[in-house]
Design a binder for this molecule. Structure first.
Ligand SMILES: Nc1ncnc2c1ncn2[C@@H]1O[C@H](COP(=O)(O)OP(=O)(O)O)[C@@H](O)[C@H]1O
Ligand SMILES: [Mg+2]
Length: 343
């Protein structure tokens, strides 16, 4: 692993077998994630962006290592290296009992603060729970940490005895953020943490995450279907389409100079007058994301791509370097002519 990385994903593929027919014999695979590579540096926020169904949550589940144990028969290939106090470990290879030791190192903030918080526990109990699993701290120390963390995420400690259903969506997500942070994890995954919230409170939660990130020097994987949500928070951005990473780069490079036709379409759909893409007009993609059981051959984006050509069905484009730290999986995105055509 590189010195400054906390996580390295190498050639990760995740297949969900689909059983069908009267005898439920395995017929096909859903290739939710296909041969992806990602790196997260210590203290950085990586934004992972793509439409619903493109495999973002599957990446998150592979990192927290729950696929093998919760979804039997899932086929996982590749490696996910995490830097721990015991050195580098490959999460994919760990058995359930071996993983227990590292569960506290990777924590997740869930999308839906309504269903992800246990309604039978008080706020204090919810936030305290990871400390019970992952530390040997006594009750008074745990309470002190819980109260500190409540205050830090903007919840008064007087509310500690209340139950989560007594809170608004925004406050619930503050609880959903306090809980994973309490064990001081090496990596936090935020899986669409504001998608279930009212637009009016999304910005508050994003600002809170940004503050916490800066204060605790968090390493964060921030997942969203909306690029404008991750942009300000992210050091780097990876764009995902139908199980593949199609573009990665520094946040501003991807946002202001998107190269892949899919990234261009995503950015052009952001309703901001000062955004490069939207000035040039919105790119409307044809149709829906194809069913992952029947992916197009060759480039998976070609059926919706404004610059697709015959060759695109014949090979799977690899991520190639376009400029410093900026990679794109479309050889035609480099051609000036096609850049114009796609806009
Ligand atoms: N446990 C599972 N069994 C079968 N298919 C799944 C399972 N989880 C996810 N999928 C499929 O994998 C694809 C990617 O899903 P997901 O990772 O949830 O996408 P995203 O988070 O980007 O919306 C989808 O087609 C979804 O239906
Ligand atoms: Mg998801």
């Amino acid at each position: 692993m590189k010195d400054d990385n906390i996580l390295e994903i190498k050639n990760l593929s995740v297949n969900f077998p689909v059983h069908s027919g009267i005898f439920l014999r395995k017929t096909k695979n859903i290739g939710a994630v296909e041969n992806i590579n990602l790196e997260i540096k210590k203290g950085e926020t990586l934004g992972l962006v793509g439409e619903s169904g493109c495999g973002k949550s599957t990446v998150a589940k592979a990192i927290i290592n729950i696929l093998k144990f919760n979804f039997h028969n899932t086929e996982i290939k590749g490696e996910i290296f995490l830097k721990t106090d015991d050195g580098e470990i490959d999460i994919v290879k760990l058995k359930s009992n071996e993983m227990r030791k590292y569960r506290g190192d990777i924590q997740i903030i869930f999308q839906d603060p309504y269903s992800s918080l246990n309604s039978r526990l008080s706020v204090e109990q919810i936030i305290e729970e990871p400390l019970l699993y992952h530390t040997k701290l006594n009750k008074s120390k745990r309470r002190e940490l819980v109260f500190d963390m409540m205050e830090r995420v903007g919840l008064q400690k007087e509310l500690a005895k209340n139950f989560s259903h007594e809170f608004s969506g925004g406050q619930r997500q503050r609880i959903g953020i306090a809980r994973p942070l309490i064990t001081n994890p090496k990596l936090i995954i935020a899986d669409e943490p504001v998608s279930a919230l009212d637009v009016s409170i999304q910005a508050q939660i994003i600002n809170l995450l940004q503050e916490l990130h800066d204060e605790f020097n968090l390493s964060l994987l921030f997942i969203a279907h909306d690029l404008s949500v991750v942009r300000h928070l992210s050091t780097r951005i990876a764009i995902m389409y139908l199980g593949k990473i199609v573009e990665t780069g520094n946040s501003d490079d991807v946002y202001f100079n998107p190269l892949h036709p899919y990234s261009k379409a995503l950015i052009s759909s952001i309703p901001e007058p000062n955004v490069e893409g939207s000035k040039k007009g919105r790119i409307i993609l044809k149709g829906e994301v194809p069913n992952p059981i029947n992916k197009p051959e060759g480039c998976v984006f070609r059926t919706r791509c404004p610059i697709a050509r015959e060759e695109c069905s014949k090979f799977i484009p690899k991520l190639e370097i376009a400029e410093a730290e900026h990679f794109v999986a479309c050889p035609y995105s480099f051609e000036k002519d096609n850049q114009k055509k796609s806009l």
